[in-house]
Design a binder for this molecule. Structure first.
Ligand code: SF4
Length: 482
């Protein structure tokens, strides 16, 4: 069967697969990672697949229509996120009108708004994690059967919306059955199109496991896509992919492990690291981490080539951390940061301003906290409530949400803007504090010192290139705000 997998056109360099789907201020562009995993699985099943990444290629709807017409797919799979939902549905319909194919929408909004998506003209909404769901849809169409046995989909029959039961999240064993995503990148994408400000360039993003058991009230992935159980690929399978990347994509300077929290299982970290060392792989890698990681694990990771930990500190106020159920205190974060630096690991620190209970005092605390612990790189984001999360329900029920849907959370250029306002801490306060935090951090003499230290590290030239790219985009953003 011919299957067209589309990351649809929207604003330029829109990172549909990032945690807060938007155009990134640091110029980052994420791989269409979930679609790529599905592409690999479908190819393995013998399908003729085409993977298209419009935001990376600068394609508009006409480009896509023309390309899809040539490919003549039987099945069109279009990825969506809340911030671009109307656009994504419109694109999927636009292509479908030109050909006789079944349209499927995938991505976070399908788990929250399947009915709306179907009523807007899409044939099937594949809810939550969707690799095996798409495989089953393709098989069912090929066999000419009805959709009633496919778990995890919503569709219409005789004008009536039908929600089939949820599909179980795929198991650790099944994760090993999905081909390496890096093989898919090599075949379909240009790795030089993708950039994360905190990794060496070029990089690849992979998952070694999916799902997160933590309870952060603002976090959308567990609620809308991957669930609350951390399922993992076998260590051998993960390191086989590391080895594949080393041999087949020699230009790659870094692997970024996108698991929500790669550092949950300390024993697995040790196993992964000792397998990297046993095979004498020299590739550099980084990962997401939680601020409860211990020093011993950090040392092991560093020795196995780990370069940076991307950690969600979120706030410098313990009151806010409690409100968002982070399960981490500022003292945990202080210890984590000290240990990571002692182990020789770099840190990207993520902060959010505008969480429930935020005031000018707590926002100041967060800015001062960042300056105190001095991560190598920081990100400050405005709090964005994502449907399906406790945070979203809270702001909606209390009248703090300023818009009807998340599409209004991006400005005309695709950058994130604030869509909430509290009586004591307004939308303007949140935006002003994010700008203030970024400026105070990046334009301070102590950051210049930190930046200099980065440049004198191993791979200093690559560190410098990444920093220059980010700095350029950051300065443009500041200019635009003026
Ligand atoms: S630990 Fe990270 S991935 Fe897990 S729920 Fe919290 S923010 Fe989300």
């Amino acid at each position: 069967m011919k299957i067209y997998l589309l990351n649809p056109p929207f604003v330029h360099r829109y990172s549909r697969n990032s945690r807060w789907a938007a155009r990134c201020r640091g110029g980052a562009l994420y791989y269409p990672i979930w679609l790529s995993y599905t592409a690999g699985l479908l190819e393995k099943e013998g399908h003729n697949v085409k993977l298209v990444d419009s935001p990376a290629w600068g394609w508009d709807l006409e480009n896509v229509k023309e390309d899809a017409k040539k490919f003549k797919p039987d099945l069109i799979v279009v990825e969506s996120n809340f911030q671009s939902l109307t656009n994504d549905v419109m694109v999927a319909k636009g292509i479908k009108t030109e050909m006789d194919a079944v349209s499927v929408l995938v991505g976070p909004p399908t788990s929250q708004f399947p009915e709306k998506i179907l009523n807007d003209g899409i044939d099937i909404a594949a809810r939550f994690e969707y690799d095996f769901t798409i495989r089953d849809i393709a098989k069912t169409i090929e066999e000419g059967k009805r959709f009633e046995h496919i778990k995890g989909i919503s569709y219409k029959e005789k004008g009536k919306v039908i929600h089939n039961p949820d599909r179980k999240f795929i198991t650790s064993k099944e994760l090993d059955e999905i081909p390496f995503v890096s093989k898919v990148y090599k075949k379909y994408l240009n790795i030089k199109n993708y950039f994360l400000s905190h990794t060496l360039f070029p990089m690849v993003q992979i998952f070694t496991g999916r799902g997160c058991p933590n309870q952060c009230t603002f976090c959308s992935w567990p609620e809308t896509l991957m669930g609350r159980r951390y399922r993992v690929r076998s260590v051998g399978n993960v390191i086989d992919e590391f080895e594949y990347i080393t041999k087949e994509l020699p230009e790659v300077k870094e692997i970024f492990i996108e698991d929500d929290t790669f550092t949950i299982n300390k024993r697995r970290i040790k196993e992964v690291c000792s397998e990297i060392k046993r095979r004498r792989l020299k590739i550099i890698w980084s990962c997401n981490a939680r601020a409860d990681l211990d020093y011993e694990s950090m040392k092991v990771m560093k020795k196995a080539g780990c370069r940076l930990l991307d950690v969600g500190y979120e706030s410098g106020s313990d009151k806010i951390l409690k409100n968002i159920k982070k399960g981490i205190t500022t003292d945990d974060s202080r210890k984590f940061t000290k240990d990571a630096k002692r182990a020789g690991l770099m840190i990207l620190g993520d902060f959010i301003l505008g969480m429930p209970g935020e005031t000018k005092e707590t926002a100041e605390k967060t800015i001062n906290f960042a300056k105190e612990i001095k991560p190598n790189i920081v990100q400050f984001a405005v709090a964005t409530p994502i449907p399906g999360t406790e945070f979203y329900d809270y702001v909606k029920e209390n009248g703090f949400l300023l818009v009807a849907d998340l599409e209004e959370s991006l400005d005309k250029d695709g950058f994130q803007k604030c869509i909430i306002s509290y009586p004591d801490f307004t939308k303007e306060d949140i935006e002003n504090y994010v700008d203030k935090a970024l400026k105070e951090y990046y334009l301070s003499p102590s950051f210049i010192l930190t930046a200099m230290k980065n440049v004198f590290r191993k791979n200093g030239l690559h560190e410098l290139k990444g920093m220059v790219m980010s700095a350029k985009v950051f300065m443009k953003y500041i200019e635009r705000k003026k």
